[in-house]
Ligand binder design. Structure first.
Ligand code: G
Ligand code: G
Ligand code: NA
Ligand code: MN
Length: 254
């Protein structure tokens, strides 16, 4: 309860931050996108792990104001970066089921994009497979509205959730983000290689893009490139960074 009170206060007093982790396209040789990740530094407790305060936010519905704030902040930051000549294709935000099924969710995103003169294609939302299965029909309606405006839709932590693969051809999905648990031990682990190669082959047959998450080593990078995974994310390129550091990294890499 103490943490809930503190989170409420943090939201009210604007004490959360957004960090951004680059998505690298090695064929293009550049940072093509960023994923926005929430950060909370508590005055006394220090940095609080996102997985713990995001779970708390979901349990208390505080994820609604938190997610709205994240989306507006990330979209505003993306607009600023574009004005300064940073050529990024999109910013990606993580979306909980509670947000996706909130009646104001889609309009809130469209308003934020409008306010900053951006288009739908400049935004991606990341959903887990479990969210898709919560209420398939409701999910389908929301995703179709987003897709109509060009908003990109990615499946996060792909391969770890409880879902059927049928949704991949029925829902307007653009991208699979391969969970880092499958990436961790490639190319050494034959089982993980089989899984990753099969996901990529399936994604390509279905016309979906792929991002490998949690890439840390050159060996992983070489392997993923060889099997046709075009986009990579992970500590090998950068940790999630505050906006100033991200901008500096981008400037150094062009
Ligand atoms: O920040 P870190 O990379 O440790 O993220 C931990 C988890 O918290 C990830 O699963 C990530 O998806 C989730 N997360 C981080 N920021 C947000 C957010 O703004 N909204 C939601 N729903 N989840 C987030
Ligand atoms: O669930 P989601 O994919 O949104 O989680 C993102 C989380 O993964 C963040 O907490 C981020 O800090 C973490 N992360 C990003 N890149 C790497 C990496 O290369 N290695 C590890 N161990 N974690 C990573
Ligand atoms: Na994510
Ligand atoms: Mn992710």
């Amino acid at each position: 309860l103490a943490l809930e009170t503190a989170l409420r206060q943090a939201l009210r007093e604007n004490q959360l931050q957004v960090h951004y982790q680059p998505v690298i396209d090695l064929a293009q040789g550049r940072m093509v996108a960023v994923e926005a990740l929430a950060r909370w530094r508590h005055a006394e407790r220090g940095e609080i792990a996102p997985c713990s305060f995001i779970r708390l936010a979901e349990e208390t519905k505080l994820i609604l104001p938190l997610g709205g704030w994240m989306a507006r902040t990330a979209i505003g930051q993306f607009r600023l970066w574009r004005e300064r000549g940073m050529e990024l294709d999109y910013v990606s935000i993580n979306t909980s089921g509670i947000e996706l099924f909130d009646p104001g969710f889609v309009d809130g995103l469209f308003e934020a994009l409008d306010e900053h003169g951006l288009e739908g294609r400049h935004l991606q939302i990341e959903l887990t497979e479990n969210v898709l299965m919560q209420d398939y029909e409701a999910c389908r309606r929301v995703l179709l509205r987003l897709r109509q405006q060009g908003v990109r839709i990615a499946i996060d932590d792909f391969g770890t959730g409880y879902s059927s693969l049928a949704y991949l051809k029925q829902l307007p999905i653009d991208m699979l983000k391969i969970d880092r648990s499958f990436i961790k031990d490639v190319p050494g682990d034959p089982g993980d290689c089989a899984i990753v190669e099969t996901i990529i082959a399936m994604a390509h047959r279905l016309g979906l893009a792929t991002v490998a998450e949690g890439v840390e080593t050159e060996e992983q990078e070489d392997y993923l490139l060889a099997i046709g995974c075009e986009r990579l994310q992970g500590y090998r390129y950068a940790r999630p960074l505050d906006p100033v550091s991200l901008e500096r990294l981008h400037a150094d890499s062009v």
